[in-house]
Design a protein around this ligand. Structure first.
Ligand code: SDX
Length: 429
């Protein structure tokens, strides 16, 4: 942290000196914590210019399309690592040694089952409930089963809660899917990898246990890596805010799932496929591009644009490569939705509206096409995102609780009525 300073000149008041803090990389920040002494607040709806915390977990260089997890580029993790290694990295700060990895994998494997009574929670939902609604419910309900380890000030409790969440999310996600299908829920198996186990629980039944395709398992693991963490996005900020009140980790993750559900955030992957279906044919692309540009039309090009990336989202690039690999290895030629998506990207990226606003495909643009090729229904796409992002959420939760923190409580610019008296009902006009 450097000792540079900013000076705030307020008419009729003494200048205010504000420290400028410098990180390892990325923009400096102006420390405005002392601003309350002037009786004023900063005003920044949507946190467009606000750093909410200090973190060592993930760094995004939006101008150059760079994403680092504990310093490692996402492209290298996607190519050379796997999801559980990435989980270990995000949670502990370093890539595991072979021994540490074996231990971590074994610990996760031994926590993949959920309490048998949790199954009854599902019966309260309609079979056609949106899977994200069910995920919010059952993940929040986990806190009802772990009274032995909910002391957030106990590092061991934080550790076991983190492992339980990483381990159980695939099991819960698959249970959500099976419930929607009216099929028996499948137990996890300890002889399978994390991604294989998830696909086993999703697509096998007690009547037939088919071997898991290594191609699909690798693609699934890659998708998990690409969604693992992403700085202080809306859902991660929600988890931090919930955690700052001392709420238990399962309730915090349920809050993160709720925030992720929105189509402007993690819900975009489902919305991209719905949009591609709506566009239907390349001949309709220009109409939808015009709608996306029309200020009077709420339609936005789903899977395009990003608050931080003003260049290509590096995850979208890896996702597109994975898409090509998976479709090719599955022998799916000329997938109509992929063709449509590629043409849409091509047209949008030559349009001044998108160029001027630096609107590029984000992580959600191609992910749905792979998930669909794997056999996952569109309504489950955001559940997959939540499954993969849980490690990021809980890593930020752990980081926040591991050093002094305060409850998050923003102020406001109040523009409502000043004080006034209640008048009698008969006197109100
Ligand atoms: C994720 O934060 C994260 O890191 C999120 C995420 C993660 O890993 O956690 O990366 C995951 O949420 C990815 C984003 C998924 N959402 C979508 O694909 C939905 C479509 N995208 C937009 O809703 C939008 O781009 C956002 C929400 C992603 C970003 O919105 P911002 O930063 O608030 O930007 P903005 O809405 O102010 O847009 C700036 C301009 C506006 O036009 P002008 O007012 O300047 O004329 O660009 C326009 C917007 O209207 N714009 C779009 C657009 N996205 C922005 N116009 C058409 N289509 C779009 N997709």
């Amino acid at each position: 942290m450097a000792d540079k300073k900013a000076q705030l000149i307020i008419e009729g008041a003494a200048p205010v000196e504000l420290p400028i803090l410098t990180g390892t990389v990325g923009p400096d920040v102006i420390d405005v914590r002392s601003l309350t002494s002037t009786g004023r607040f900063t005003f920044d709806p949507g946190f467009m210019s606000t750093a909410s915390c200090e973190s060592k977990i993930t760094y995004i260089d939006g101008d150059n399309g760079i994403l680092l997890h504990r310093g490692y580029p996402i492209e290298q993790l996607a190519e050379k690592s796997d999801y559980l290694e990435t989980c270990y990295l995000l949670l502990n700060g370093e890539l595991p040694t072979a021994e540490q990895k074996a231990q971590f994998v074994s610990t996760v494997k031994n926590h993949t089952m959920v309490h048998e009574q949790l199954k009854t929670f599902f019966n309260g939902f309609r079979r056609d409930a949106h899977p994200m609604a069910v995920m919010c419910g059952v993940v929040g309900a986990l806190s009802a089963f772990y009274h032995d380890s909910l002391d957030i000030n106990n590092p061991q409790h934080r550790e076991i809660s983190a492992v339980r969440l990483v381990a159980k999310m695939p099991t819960l996600a698959a249970m959500v899917y099976k419930y929607s299908m009216g099929q028996p829920m499948m137990y996890p198996r300890n002889d399978l990898t994390y991604a294989e186990n998830f696909l086993h629980m999703m697509f096998n039944t007690p009547c037939e246990i088919k071997p898991i395709s290594p191609i699909l398992a690798k693609a699934m693991d890659r998708i998990f890596i690409l969604h693992a963490d992403h700085e202080q996005n809306a859902s991660t900020s929600t988890v931090r805010l919930a955690g700052s009140s001392g709420a238990n980790p399962f309730a915090c993750i349920a809050a993160g799932i709720a925030a992720l559900w929105g189509p402007a955030h993690g819900g975009a992957n489902e919305a991209v496929l719905t949009m591609l279906d709506e566009i239907g044919d390349v001949s309709n692309i220009d109409t939808f591009i015009a709608k996306a540009k029309d200020k009077n039309d709420p339609f936005k090009l789903m899977g395009f644009g990003h608050r931080v990336y003003k260049n290509r989202d590096p995850r979208a690039t890896v996702m597109k490569q994975t898409c090509d690999e998976v479709l090719n290895e599955l022998g799916i030629k000329n997938d109509p939705q992929l063709e449509l998506a590629m043409r849409l990207e091509e047209i949008a990226l030559t349009d001044p509206y998108f160029i001027e606003r630096s609107l590029y495909p984000n992580v959600d643009f191609y992910s749905g096409i792979i998930l669909k090729a794997i056999g996952i229904p569109t309504s489950m796409f955001t559940v997959i995102f939540a499954l993969a992002r849980t490690v990021g959420w809980i890593s930020h939760w752990k980081e926040m609780l591991s050093s002094p923190y305060k409850i998050g409580r923003p102020r406001q610019l109040y523009t409502g009525y000043d004080s006034r008296d209640v008048n009698k009902l008969e006197d109100r006009k």
